[in-house]
Structure formats: structure tokens, C-alpha cells
Ligand binder design. Sequence first.
Ligand SMILES: [Zn+2]
Length: 174
Amino acid sequence: MARKDREMRNVLLLNGNGDVLNFIPWTRAMSLVLKGRVTVYEEFEDEVHSQTRSFKVPAVICLLKMIPFKHSGKVSLSKQNLLIRDQYACQYCGKELKQHTTTVDHILPVSRGGMRIWKNVAAACKPCNGKKGNRTPDEAHMHLSTQPWIPTRKVVLKKHAESLGVPEWLPYFA
Ligand SMILES: [Zn+2]
């Protein structure tokens, strides 16, 4: 299987009008396909084999019906979403990060009243977070490569698609 596991697991789900809704696990996508509730727009090249047959995993599917969807725009502050916002890089040294090597740095430390909000967090590697300790970046003479910002849902999904570099997804974010 040429593609990485994490790519294979996600399928881009579009609403009936073509709006991006979310990424869903490919198993759930297959179940929507089998129930006839979606149109398959794109497929991955790789095939998945069950005991009796093989099939292509959809890359992009579109609901036949439009579902009401509240565009609250709010994105929950999880480590995964933070990694996506900060493009899988330590915001202090630029080192590439993975889920398990990432720490959530509170720019103004929690012990000094810093809150866990988008504007006060940055993805950081463990050595940088340890070095910064209980200080602000200025005090530690460490510089953030980007100023922290509040991502919208669509932006997070788009960055996720871009960071994985799955060509089948990208046109749907244009
Ligand atoms: Zn670092």
C-alpha cells in the first residue's frame, strides 16, 4: 500500500451543495456508499481487499441530500487541531512534529494566569517547551515563528488536506 495509513483512513465528505463538511473514516464512508446515500466523486488508487472482493476506497464523497449544518466556525482546541494550525512544526525551533512528540505550549504559562485559548497556545517540541519553562517567549529569548491565531473550521480542514498533500482533496477547497 503506497499511501500512508493516515491518508487511507480519511475521506472528504461534502454536503449536498458541495460545501466541505468534514473528514470521516473510510469505513464510515464505505457504509454511506453501500447505503446509497452519497455519490463518489474521487477514489484513491489503492484497492482494499476483503476476503471475497476488492474495492477502491473513496477519497471524496458527496451527500445526495443537503443536510443542515451550522457553520459556527469554531474549532475545538485539541492537540491534533493545534498541529494542523501550526503546520506540524515546533513554533520555536521549526522542527517537524508528530502527535506524540508535540506539547501544547502556553505562551503565557498557566501558572501565571495564561489560559488554554487559541491565542495563547503554540505547538512546541518537548525540548523547546522544557527550555521555555515558566517564562514568556520574551523572557526566554525564544521567538514564535507565527503569531497564534484562531482558526476556522474550514481553514483547519483545508490545512489538514494540504499537509497530507492528497491531490484528490485539494480542488474541493478552492
Ligand atoms: Zn522546538
